[in-house]
Design a protein around this ligand. Structure first.
Ligand SMILES: Cc1ncc(C[n+]2csc(CCOP(=O)(O)OP(=O)(O)O)c2C)c(N)n1
Ligand SMILES: [Mg+2]
Length: 545
């Protein structure tokens, strides 16, 4: 006989779960007790938003649901931020939430929340397990939903008294989901569209990618001479130094790339949904029918035609599509993507000069020289991220963790999960002073679990992105965008991390070297001038219109 908590953990073991992220709560003590005797590593975070973002990042990296446990009520609502990231990023994730005893339901008992209502819009599926013998069925169902079609988060509530009941029930088998694949007719139609196209363009995005699919997409682009763009925060899908790479189709797009996309006669969206940021505020292509011929390939059938009506819809994962597509011999001679790649290089080769003692251009150029190709870079939201998105050369799959939802605070928890999953790789978290303070307590989690990541904290003393918009819309009327910050280097030391403060560009390189050699979780506190609000403009220039 086993308790509901024990059965639940056995079910997760049967899914090959090796790590869960949580903040403990009395509502699910029976689960915590079962974890005590399990081989599963339990990573204790400091706030449920951090735990949920760690689980989301783990799901992004493995392609299987990242697992998070949160307590009822306030624990669950804190965790909502990570659930929302998983939703917008199409990441498989399961969040388990403690729930009040079944007999108290509906009385607004202590920390009672109706999870179906609360997470109805954030999660792909929400359920509550009322009968202990249905635990294996619900876990199996949750895995199928989280991973299949367009992946996403699932929330499962666990009534406290159900978890302490006992039963004699077996776990279910490990879940692997179906991979939708293209029909041969669809592949032939695409080949003939490609043969007839003068200016085709390929945009990559979404989830359900693998290293193999990323290799295959390179071969696909070479065979047909396709220029390739990566949608917002999906840059790890194509080697930026490949001669077919044309740049990122996101916020702050290269104007030459935007024009090139508009001038295309055939656009192929592979895995991407072309949401607000890549579509330039839904302005790049006409809705519902773009004037360009559109081919949309997505693993979720419901996404095909949701916003843009394609000329050809293909319901397939990137890997299944590319396996079939690459079997075709291109009849037409491969075109050249030289012009597009040159435009990308012209947009990113030279690092602009900006005001202040520390030039972010110098920081980026040092990182380009020093970091290995397989270093994992993480970020949240803020203008500091522009430097990373525009000037870092992503080379490999599995090197980027960034929320398309623009969720501040994501970079640090994502870096914790990344370093635990890839202890041999370098993990660099980019964070602004505002962004970092949303989840900075997870630096303690990094230290406790030996995640030796490096935070580059770009401290300009302002919520820069919002100040930028503010100066543009309401010049010289500063409202709620100034920050009085702590000494971040001292803070990292208090956590027993390694830290330094950098006030001049030339100090950055040596500080990075020492941080890498420190053998500790590290933080480099980089003080920048708020005037340097973007790589190409200043606050004063914005204020003066
Ligand atoms: C959770 C969350 N809250 C608020 C915002 C709105 N927001 C976007 S960027 C930003 C400022 C980021 O400031 P900082 O991290 O200091 O970066 P900077 O822009 O100064 O480089 C804010 C408040 C958001 N995207 N996410
Ligand atoms: Mg800032």
């Amino acid at each position: 006989m086993k308790t509901g908590g024990e059965l639940l953990i056995e079910c997760l073991e049967a899914q090959d779960v090796d790590r869960v992220f949580c903040v403990p709560g009395e509502s699910y003590l029976a689960v915590l007790d079962a974890l005590h005797d399990s081989k599963i590593e339990t990573v204790v975070a400091r706030q449920e938003g951090g735990a949920a973002m760690m689980a989301e990042a783990d799901g992004k990296m493995t392609g299987r649901p990242g697992i998070c446990f949160a307590t009822r009520g306030p624990g669950a609502t804190n965790a909502a931020s990570g659930v929302h990231v998983a939703k917008q990023d199409s990441t498989p994730m399961i969040m388990f939430v403690g729930q009040i005893g079944r007999r108290m339901r509906g009385r607004e008992a202590f920390q009672e929340v109706d999870y179906r209502q609360t997470f109805g819009d954030l999660a792909k599926w929400v359920d509550e397990i009322d009968h202990i013998d249905r635990i294996p069925e619900v876990i199996s169902h949750a895995y199928h939903i989280a991973m299949s079609g367009r992946p996403g988060p699932v929330v499962i509530a666990l009534p406290e008294d159900m978890l302490t009941e006992v039963c004699d029930v077996k776990t279910g088998p490990r879940v692997d989901v179906a991979e939708p694949a293209p029909t041969s007719g669809a592949i032939e139609s695409l080949a003939s569209l490609l043969e007839g196209a003068k200016n085709p363009f390929l945009v990559l995005g979404g989830s359900r990618w693998t290293k193999q699919a990323v290799d295959q997409v390179q071969a696909f682009s070479e065979k047909w001479g396709l220029p390739v763009g990566c949608s917002f925060r999906r840059q790890q899908l194509f080697d930026h130094l490949h001669p077919n790479y044309a740049g990122d189709v996101g916020l702050g797009i290269n104007p030459a790339l935007k024009k090139r996309l508009e001038d295309s006669d055939l656009v192929i969206l592979l895995g991407a949904r072309f949401s607000e940021n890549p579509s330039q505020g839904f302005s790049l292509f006409d809705i519902p029918k773009p004037k360009q011929k559109l081919v949309h390939i997505h693993s979720g059938a419901e996404e095909l035609g949701r916003i843009y009506v394609p000329d050809l819809s293909i319901n397939a994962t990137p890997g299944a599509f590319l396996t079939e597509m690459n079997k075709i011999t291109a009849a037409a001679k491969a075109k050249s993507a030289d012009a597009e790649h040159s435009a990308y290089r012209a947009w990113t080769d030279e690092l602009p000069e900006t005001p202040g003692g520390v030039q972010m251009g110098a920081v980026m150029s040092r990182l380009r020289e020093d970091l290995p190709e397989d270093a994992i870079l993480t970020n949240g939201a803020g203008n500091y991220a522009i430097w990373l998105h525009r000037f870092w050369r992503f080379r490999q799959f599995g090197t980027q963790l960034a929320p398309t939802s623009g969720s501040m605070g994501y970079g640090l928890p994502a870096a914790v999960a990344a370093k635990l999953r890839n202890p041999e790789k370098e993990v660099i978290c980019f964070a602004g002073d505002g962004c970092f303070q949303m989840t900075m307590q997870e630096f303690g989690t990094a230290v406790q679990f030996g995640a030796k990541l490096i935070v580059l904290l770009i401290d300009n003393g302002v919520y820069g992105t919002i100040r930028m918009h503010q100066e543009r819309e309401y010049p010289a009327r500063i409202s709620a965008t100034d920050l009085q910050n702590p000494d971040f280097a001292m803070l990292a030391k208090a956590y027993d991390g390694y830290s330094e403060t950098v006030l001049k560009s030339e100090e950055f390189g040596p500080a990075l070297e020492r941080a890498r050699a420190s053998g500790k979780a590290a933080l480099i506190h980089i003080k920048t001038d708020p005037e340097a609000i973007t790589p190409t403009t200043t606050l004063t220039a914005l204020r003066n219109g």
